[in-house]
Each structure stands twice: as C-alpha cells, then as structure tokens.
Design a binder for this molecule. Structure first.
Ligand SMILES: Cc1ncc(COP(=O)(O)O)c(C=O)c1O
Length: 399
C-alpha cells in the first residue's frame, strides 16, 4: 500500500535534491527542505519493490531484453486510465525522456532551426535545444486570471516566419500545472498542420491529473506529424533514476527514422531493473498509484487553502496536473535578493527559481509537493512566520 515514510536502507543515498554542494550553490545554504526537484519522497509501490527484490535474489544478469511486454503494459495502462488506444508496435524505447527529446531534436531538425517552447517551461527543454545547436524560440504563455493559456496568434506568427521547425509541447505543463484541454490541442494542431510543423509532446506527467481535469494525449488527435513521449514511470511511480523514455507515433516513417538511429547506437533497450520495474508498475501498480494520486491531490488542496487563507499576498496557480505548484510572490513587495533570503534562509524552503524556466520575473518560484503533508505543513507555517516577521521589522527595506 501507499506509505509516506521511506524505510531507511543502509545505502549511502546520492539523491540530487539533498546534495549539499548544489544546495549551497543555488540557495546559499544546505539547511533547507528540498522542494526543488520534481521527484517524490515516498517509498515506491510494493509490487515494484518485490519485482526488484526478486531480481536481486536471482543473482544473475544475463542479457535480458523485453520491450514487447513493456509496450503491452504501457498500452493497457493508457487504455484503462485515459481511454487512449495505443498500438504496442508503435513505440520506440530510449534511455530516458530527456535523451528521447535530445535525439528527436537532432533527428528532425537541422542546426540553426528554431524549436518553439512555451515559456515558462521545464528548463531542460532550452538546454537540449541549444546544446544541439538549434534555436529555442520562446512563445510566452498568457496569464488570464489565475490560469495560463496558449497564445495561438503568436504561435501562428512564429510558424509563419518559417524559422520554427518543431513545437516542443509540455502536457501537462511543468511548471504552470495546466492540463491542456482537447479544445486547446485541437486549436494548436491545425496551426502546426498548416505549416507542416512537427509536434513533440512530452507527456511524462500525463498520469498525475487532478479531479475535474481530463488528460488528452496528442497521440489521440489524428495528427500524423507528431511524436508523443508517453509518460514514463518516473513521475507516477517514483522511478526517476531507473526509468526509460517511450516515444510513440502512428506515423511509420517517423518511427522508422528514430528506430534506425536508436538501433544503430544500441539505445533501444532498457536494463533488467528498468524493464522489470516498469512492467510491475503498469501491471500491478494501479492501487498504489490511485492512493498516491489521492494523497497528492489532498496535499494540493491543503496548500491552496492554506496559502489563500494565511498568505493571500502570494498568488498561486492551482495545478490541474503534475506535483508542482507555481507561486508568484510579487505581493510580498520584496527585492529579488530579499525574497530569495526570506525563502531559503528564513523559511528554509528550497523552491525552484522561476527564472530557470525562462520566467523573467524573479518573483516566481515552483514547489514540488510530492512530499509528506506534515512536512509541507511545517514548511509553509515557517514561511508564514518568516513573512510576518519581515513585515513587522521596519528596518528591513521593501521596495
Ligand atoms: C516535463 C519533463 N520532461 C522530462 C523530465 C525528465 O525526464 P527523465 O529524467 O526521465 O529523462 C522531467 C523531469 O522533471 C519533466 O518535468
């Protein structure tokens, strides 16, 4: 069953979120509670643990590749969860989601081409585009009220210019938490079609969808110039450091092009741990996943109500999906350095700076909330005291 407290093994964890060099570098202190990396603090589902333990006790790691069972398990999961029909023969496997995106950028665009991203967006998109010698073309999402929306007119103008050869979509969107609706995606596709632009849709967060929202995969939209990175078990089952990336397309030509490259580079199969963990997750993890989703939805609701009641100066964007919440601290009226000090030194919060995601305004931060609720409650109570203390200290400059 789903539990919130990890059992303490005696292995020396190398978790990035606790890495004191990185914490010191980013926050100026390592005395912070980490909410900055998008992974979960919970123990994984017991069917996955059991599969891994069996594998360890087998004490044999002969060559063992079984992508077929993995693709069948992913297809069945998506059919049941999202009513999304995927042909198990239409997947290509890669070592991870980011390596998949990196390969697709290189495979389907040329040096100097533009790749459109909708900022603020997951920071690695820009890195992958630029490190491949391509140009990241920013298309800024619009805020209307307390939600973000796509700017279709700007997308059309950018595609019309001829510079953009690929759209890199993030659905659900990290960090703003939007789950793009079918209507929104149906508005995007004809624009891409008109300019024959390939859409790559990163759907790694596709299972983490909260009540009242429906996930629509680009794979369901009958646009054959598209490739979908179907959610990997990284985000929904906490297998971040041992999961693969699964690229899906009903377009045989696109698939064969990727497959030729992955096979030529021997990138097309997972290791035994990844394979067994993924099969166990999708075949036997439903009960655990539903408990995890209910837990994080409850945490999201608690955060929203706490912030609205106790810290109404802080604007937030209620996530429709993903375990990330996006805050705008403008209402605290602090200079950027003061805000940073308030968050990391006084409230001891390691939040991800919004500037990482291409957000120019330094008042924005992202918080990953796949952590025990009691811990989050203590952290946000500390934030409230830090804000109150700051407001009551007249000698501290505010702008
Ligand atoms: C939108 C998005 N894509 C990809 C990744 C990373 O995927 P992986 O580590 O499996 O390559 C993340 C991780 O936070 C993410 O949020």
């Amino acid at each position: 069953m789903f539990q919130t407290t990890p059992s303490r093994g005696d292995i020396n964890n190398k978790f990035i979120k606790h890495d004191s060099n990185m914490l010191n570098q980013v926050y100026g202190t390592d005395d912070v509670t980490p909410y900055w990396i998008a992974d979960m603090d919970f123990p994984i589902a017991s069917p996955i643990s059991q599969a891994m333990q069996q594998l360890v006790s087998r004490e044999s790691y002969s060559y063992e590749f079984d992508s077929k069972t993995v693709f069948n398990a992913i297809s069945k999961w998506n059919q049941q969860r999202h009513n999304l029909t995927l042909n198990p023969d239409h997947f290509v496997q890669l070592p991870g989601v980011l390596s998949a995106i990196a390969l697709l950028i290189r495979e389907f665009t040329n040096e100097g081409d533009g790749v459109l991203i909708q900022t603020p967006v997951y920071h690695q998109f820009r890195r992958l585009i630029e490190s491949a010698g391509r140009k990241a073309v920013n298309n800024t999402l619009n805020i209307e009220g307390d939600r973000y929306f796509m700017d279709f007119d700007a997308i059309e103008q950018q595609l019309e210019s001829g510079e953009v050869k690929m759209i890199l979509l993030c659905n659900p969107h990290n960090p703003v938490g939007r789950v793009w609706t079918k209507a929104e995606l149906k508005q995007l596709v004809p624009i891409a079609k008109k300019y024959n632009t390939l859409i790559i849709s990163d759907e790694i967060h596709g299972d983490v969808i909260f009540e009242g929202n429906t996930f629509t995969s680009i794979a369901s939209l009958d646009y054959d110039n598209s490739l979908t990175i179907i959610g990997s078990p990284a985000k929904n089952f906490g297998l971040n450091s041992i999961s693969n990336g699964y690229v899906y397309s009903d377009n045989q030509q696109l698939r064969e092009k990727i497959k030729a490259t992955t096979v030529s580079m021997s990138l097309d199969h997972g290791n035994a741990f990844t394979t067994h963990a993924t099969i166990a997750a999708y075949e036997h993890g439903k009960e655990w996943f539903e408990a995890f989703l209910a837990y994080t939805q409850n945490t999201r609701n608690w955060i929203v109500s706490f912030m609205k009641n106790e810290l109404p100066q802080v604007k937030l964007f209620v996530p429709e999906g993903t375990n990330q919440i996006w805050f705008d601290f403008t209402g605290l009226n602090l200079e950027a350095a003061e805000l940073k000090a308030l968050l990391s030194q006084h409230a001891k919060l390691a939040l991800t700076p919004g500037t990482w995601f291409g957000e120019p305004d330094e008042n924005f931060y992202r918080m990953n909330f796949a952590s025990p609720l009691e811990q989050i409650q203590a952290s946000l109570a500390l934030l409230k005291s830090a804000v109150v203390e700051r407001q009551q200290t007249p000698e501290i400059a505010v702008k």
